[in-house]
Write a protein that binds this ligand. Sequence first.
Ligand code: FDA
Length: 289
Amino acid sequence: MAASRNETVRHLVATAPITRDVVTRFVAGETTESAVQAVRTLNLPVTLDYLGEDTEDKAQAEKTVQAYLELLDALHAAKLARNAEVSVKLSAVGQALDESLALTNASRICAAAEQCGTTVTLDMEDHTTTDSTLRVLDELRRTWPWVGAVLQSYLHRTLEDCERLAKAGSRVRLVKGAYAEPPDVAIQDPHEVDLNYVRCANVLLAGEGYPMFATHDPRLIDIIGERARWYDKTEFEHQMLYGVRPDEQRRLGARVYVPYGEQWYGYLMRRLAERPANVTFFLRSLVSR
Ligand code: FDA
């Protein structure tokens, strides 16, 4: 996890003779065309993420907005927009500079998504941004009630956030959480994180919103299926990351989170940190050239 924010390691990996396979297993490519092509090939519902985060530069934030506008245009032109929404990290559109800039930029993406007949979901980043992201969500939902947000079951606060958001019209993507967080804000024991995931899932399934269960965990997927039957809830979906458990994605008809763009490094490092098998795959590719 530390490597995802370490400049020296970033330089090492970026300049290493890394095989194309490692990156393309988890990232659809660097361009809009490669993202659109991945949507076509997957033939499943998707949510697309233009990679980039922690922008402290207005011009970079603008570049991210333009990339989303170009992507939405391309999806619309390819008649793929109905099943392809976008996921946005507010830090990539200026949150660290100024919350109102992030709100303005996210609004531009939402307006374009509306024109294409699709939706936007706000990713959730480290805990220092949670309040700000939920404030921006509330503002966006005044105009676009379909804007969704991610909630992370490792945060102590999340059950309460689920209760507030489990309302008609709201879309919540429930994940375990991918950042290294301190014990005063986040549950540290993975089993407890899973238990909290189930508590949160119960609240979302009992509510009137549209829950999106984003996990690859087979036990949680089974439990969600059982609980959905118990609550007689049919309006929900499963979601998984591009390149992870593709057979299961097809079996469940899951929505696939498809990242693309030149800034794949931080994203790739978080995927490697999650699973030792991924690191082995990565290291093998470095020595097998
Ligand atoms: P976990 O990693 O605990 O794995 C549980 C089990 O799942 C494993 O034991 C294994 O059985 C199976 N599994 C997991 N990975 C596998 C693999 N590669 N191959 C085979 N089996 C595997 N996080 C965040 O903080 N903010 C966000 O906005 C998002 N957004 C997001 C969107 C979507 C669509 C997804 C799927 C995930 C996110 N995440 C995220 C990431 C999330 O927080 C979490 O880090 C990952 O999903 C990994 O957690 P799992 O729930 O998959 O379980």
